[in-house]
Design a protein around this ligand. Structure first.
Ligand SMILES: CC(C)(COP(=O)(O)OP(=O)(O)OC[C@H]1O[C@@H](n2cnc3c(N)ncnc32)[C@H](O)[C@@H]1OP(=O)(O)O)[C@@H](O)C(=O)NCCC(=O)NCCS
Length: 194
């Protein structure tokens, strides 16, 4: 049996530059992946009254579903709690002092929303994210990452020293996003059903 010479083997190595060989195909695939992973450019605009009305309904509904599961509450009770907590926090709607409600746009298309509260603590201003959502049909296209970056920028402009938020257990996408962006877990509540 003939053993191929080292010279011969070198010749058959993939060149990495043409789509006919394995390395070339991988390079083309990486190029496509990088294109589809482009970071969209988003800007945060203060919500209009119409956007706020829609947001408020959706935010209460989503929060009710989450606390029903997390606090083991019947859904009607969770809905009442969600309404009460939203009313207490946003007592003057869009004009509630310290609360920032933004719609995120890519060009003219609304892609998500964000609700932040900023308050002074002993070491400076702290922000807390009460709600953040990317439109369901637009998820996994980088908008979550882009909106978080835009919010971080707004916070830096306000000299905020830290941003906090709550992530509910089943929201794995959010957990993964925040961990990826450098957020650290400060409290972890656990439960075992018996
Ligand atoms: C969480 C949420 C905002 C992410 O928005 P998105 O536009 O889909 O996020 P991106 O496309 O920017 O993804 C950024 C990262 O988030 C993580 N991520 C997003 N969706 C994920 C999923 N379904 N599963 C696991 N990780 C996910 C990944 O780490 C991803 O990075 P990668 O694409 O490099 O893997 C969106 O899923 C959402 O609106 N969820 C419902 C509301 C919610 O949970 N809000 C957060 C409350 S704290």
């Amino acid at each position: 049996m003939r053993t191929p010479s080292i010279k011969g083997r070198r010749k058959r190595r993939p060149c990495g530059a043409c789509p006919r060989c394995a390395a070339g195909r991988a390079a083309v695939l990486m190029q496509r992946l990088n294109y589809s992973r482009r970071v969209p450019e988003v800007r945060l605009e203060p919500m209009t009254e119409d956007e706020y009305a829609e947001f408020r309904k959706r935010s209460e509904q989503n929060y009710a579903t989450r606390i029903a599961a997390a606090r083991a509450l019947p859904l009607p009770e969770a809905r009442r709690t969600a309404t009460d907590e939203h009313q207490a926090l946003l007592s003057a709607g869009l004009r509630t002092p310290g609360h920032y409600l933004w719609t995120a746009f890519e060009v003219d298309q609304p892609v998500g929303h964000l609700w932040l509260h900023v308050e002074a603590k002993s070491d400076g201003l702290h922000a807390f994210g009460y709600d953040f959502e990317v439109r369901p049909e637009l998820r996994r296209r980088g908008y979550g990452r882009a909106i978080t970056a835009a919010a971080e920028q707004k916070c830096r402009e306000m000299s905020v020293v830290a941003i906090g938020l709550t992530v509910f257990g089943p929201d794995k996408a959010a957990q993964s996003l925040y961990e990826d962006l450098g957020f650290e877990t400060t409290v972890l509540q656990m439960r075992k059903r018996l």
